[in-house]
Design a protein around this ligand. Sequence first.
Ligand SMILES: *[C@@H]1O[C@H](CO)[C@@H](O)[C@H](O)[C@H]1NC(C)=O
Ligand SMILES: *[C@@H]1O[C@H](CO)[C@@H](O)[C@H](O)[C@H]1NC(C)=O
Ligand SMILES: *[C@@H]1O[C@H](CO)[C@@H](O)[C@H](O)[C@H]1NC(C)=O
Length: 259
Amino acid sequence: MKVFSAVTFVLLVACVRGESAVTDGLSVEDMLDRCMDGRHHKTQPGPEGSLYNQCAPWKDRACCRASTTEQLHQPLWLNFDWHHCGQLSESCERHFKQDLCFYECSPNVGPWLVPVNMQIRNERFAGVPLCATDCNRWWTACKDDMTCSGNWGVSWNWTSGQNTCPHGAECRTFQDYFGTPSNFCRNIWNGSFEVVDDSAPCFTQWFNGTNPNDRVARLRAEEIVSARGGAVTSASAPRLLVVAIFIAMGLAMGLDFLN
Ligand SMILES: *[C@@H]1O[C@H](CO)[C@@H](O)[C@H](O)[C@H]1NC(C)=O
Ligand SMILES: *[C@@H]1O[C@H](CO)[C@@H](O)[C@H](O)[C@H]1NC(C)=O
Ligand SMILES: *[C@@H]1O[C@H](CO)[C@@H](O)[C@H](O)[C@H]1NC(C)=O
C-alpha cells in the first residue's frame, strides 16, 4: 500500500505538472525576459561584456556567461560527443557550435519552453520555428558526415558518462538517417526546432548586430496571450481540482506515502 501510494503520488504530481506549460499565466514581457532553467543558464537575460567566438552575437542580451561560451567551444560540452562516428567535418561542426551558442545564450526561447525532468535542465524548448534557409545551410554542411542516430536528443548509451552509439546503431550518413533538411532540423534535437518558410516569422542562429529573433519571440508571446483570452482562470481550475482531490486522498490515507 505504501509503495503503491508513493507511486501514485509521483505519477499524479508528474501529471499535474506535465499539463502546465512554462508560459502559463506569464505576460508577454515575462515570456520575453526568461532564460531556460538549465545547468549553465543565467536566471535572466542581460548584457555580457563580450562572448567567445561564435557566441559573440548574443553579447548585448544573453542567457549565457562569457565562461560558458568559452567552454562550449571545447570538446564534450555537457558530455556530448559530436564525433561519435569519427570526426565531423569542420563546416558541420561550426553549425553545431552555433546551435550550442543558441542553446546556451538565446534570450528568445521563453514562449517555447516546456518542463522536462533531466539532470542538465528542468526545461527545454520545443517547436522553435527555424528559418528554412538556416536549416538548409546546416543540412548542407552535415549531410555527408557520419552519425549513428536520427534523434540526438534521446537515442544514446550514456553508460560511460558520455554519449556512445548503442549496440546495433550503425554509423551512416546524416543523409541516410534524416533524408531531408526539415527532418534533420526537427529530429536532431527531438523536436526542439521545426522548420518554417523564411516568409513566416522564424529564428536564425546566425546574425550580427541587432538580434532578429527578438521580434519573432514577441510575436509568439503576443499570440499566446491573446489565445488565452479570458480563459486563464477556468483553464487552471480543473488542475486545482485534481490537486485538491489528491490532497484529500493523501489525508485519507494518513499520508502513508510520506513515511
Ligand atoms: C553501453 O555501453 C556499455 C559500455 O560503456 C556496454 O557495456 C553496454 O553493453 C552498452 N549497452 C548498449 C545497449 O549499447
Ligand atoms: C522527446 O520528445 C518527446 C515528444 O515530444 C517527449 O515525449 C520526450 O520526453 C522527449 N525526450 C527527451 C529526452 O527530451
Ligand atoms: C557577420 O559578420 C561576419 C564578419 O564580418 C561575416 O563573415 C558574416 O557573414 C556575417 N553574418 C551575417 C549573418 O550577416
